[in-house]
Design a protein around this ligand. Structure first.
Ligand SMILES: *Cc1c(COP(=O)(O)O)cnc(C)c1O
Length: 359
């Protein structure tokens, strides 16, 4: 009984006007740079094609999986596409050439793969310089040699040098150390550079370079701590329905493990969404949400398809009403993320393929 009903209890709406607003705003802040929309992980859970098709003005798209890049090309997306995580075999490089994808070279083995992929059509590459994240990239001492090798290949166009900041919160420190050695390489090679993600774009114009790669901010997630929202607007709105209303007496508990105990008599709403619908399982009692524009909070443990909420502030709420989990202008996903011990991007990615519909 619950199962069929549950499927009608959740909606995810995408505000593509907000997406375009955010993109324009990021462009304004980095007017001399190309701003690529990062659409990895199904566009942070918003749906790859939903997002890409709504950004005809974007300078390009950046992502991880080759199959996603191919999906964009098959959908008629003609803008530049950057494969940020590199290439795994010669067939992939050949596929990238055929579709005019730009690839990131971050490992010595890539040089052999590129050679083995044939010579046509030409391939654009960025050289990734290792950051202290130590995920991938060449050490500064190897970059010049790799550059010379690539430049000696007739079919290769080196677009520039790329790096990635390990931590937005520590941007200032990062800008001092790691940034300095990267900038030295840029100065020596006279190549364009790409370093900024959303946080760096908003924080420090020195990081902008030729190409900015922005994900979080594009979707309206503030990548920096603090109250300045930079005018970013939420793209995803997540709503669910009130499927039951109950009364608790003082001392009664609600939900699995009876984790929330009412201190006084209170009205409790049962909302038809849970971690099975993408709501974060770790959201704690007190995590905000809203009904009809009024803020209230969840209580107790998040279940697979159910959360419990405090209805004291909304006495008129009744079964069938829509509850807003985030993205409505009242509750921000960053607040939910903080209460769940997660990043907002991690929550958004969990919404992937759950039927987000543009509105
Ligand atoms: C994900 C990613 C970005 C975008 O980061 P945001 O903080 O979401 O803007 C930029 N560059 C690389 C290499 C990435 O993997």
């Amino acid at each position: 009984m619950m199962a069929t009903k549950m499927q009608n209890t959740v909606t995810i709406k995408l505000n593509l006007g907000h997406l375009q607003h955010n993109y324009a705003l990021l462009k304004q802040r980095a007017p001399a740079s190309q701003v690529f929309a990062v659409v990895k992980s199904d566009a942070y859970g918003h749906g790859l094609l939903n997002i890409a098709k709504a950004l005809p003005a974007a300078d390009g798209f950046a992502l991880i999986q080759l199959e996603d890049a191919i999906a964009l090309r098959n959908a008629g997306i003609a803008q530049p596409i950057l494969l940020m995580a590199g290439i795994n075999d010669a067939q992939e490089v050949a596929a990238a050439r055929a579709r005019q994808l730009t690839v990131v070279v971050h490992h010595r083995d890539h040089l052999a793969l590129i050679r083995a992929s044939g010579a046509q059509p030409p391939l654009r590459v960025w050289i990734k310089v290792n950051s202290r994240m130590n995920r991938f990239g060449f050490d500064a001492t190897d970059v010049l040699q790799v550059l010379r090798t690539l430049q000696a290949m007739p079919d290769i166009r080196v677009a520039g040098l790329m790096m990635h900041f390990p931590s937005a919160d520590q941007l200032d420190q990062e800008l001092d150390a790691q940034w300095k050695s990267f900038r030295e390489l840029v100065a020596i090679t006279h190549l364009p550079f790409s370093a900024a993600n959303s946080a760096a774009l908003l924080r420090d114009a020195r990081t902008h370079g030729a190409l900015v790669r922005s994900g979080a901010a594009l979707y309206g997630i503030n990548p920096l701590p603090g109250e300045d929202r930079f005018g970013l607007r939420p793209v995803m709105r997540f709503e669910a329905r009130l499927i039951a209303v109950t009364n608790l007496a003082a001392g009664e508990s609600v939900g699995y493990e009876g984790r929330f105990v009412a201190e006084r008599a209170m009205r409790i709403g049962v909302v038809g969404c849970g971690y099975g619908n993408g709501y974060p399982a770790t959201a704690a009692t007190g995590t905000p949400l809203s009904i009809a524009g009024v803020r209230t909070r969840i209580v107790g443990k998040v279940a697979m398809n159910v959360i419990f909420i405090d209805l004291d502030a909304v006495p008129h709420a009744q079964v069938g009403d829509w509850v807003s989990l985030w993205g409505d202008g009242v509750v921000r996903i960053e607040e939910v993320a903080r209460n769940a011990g997660l990043s907002a991007a991690a929550i958004d990615c969990g919404m992937s393929r759950k039927q987000a519909v543009p509105s």
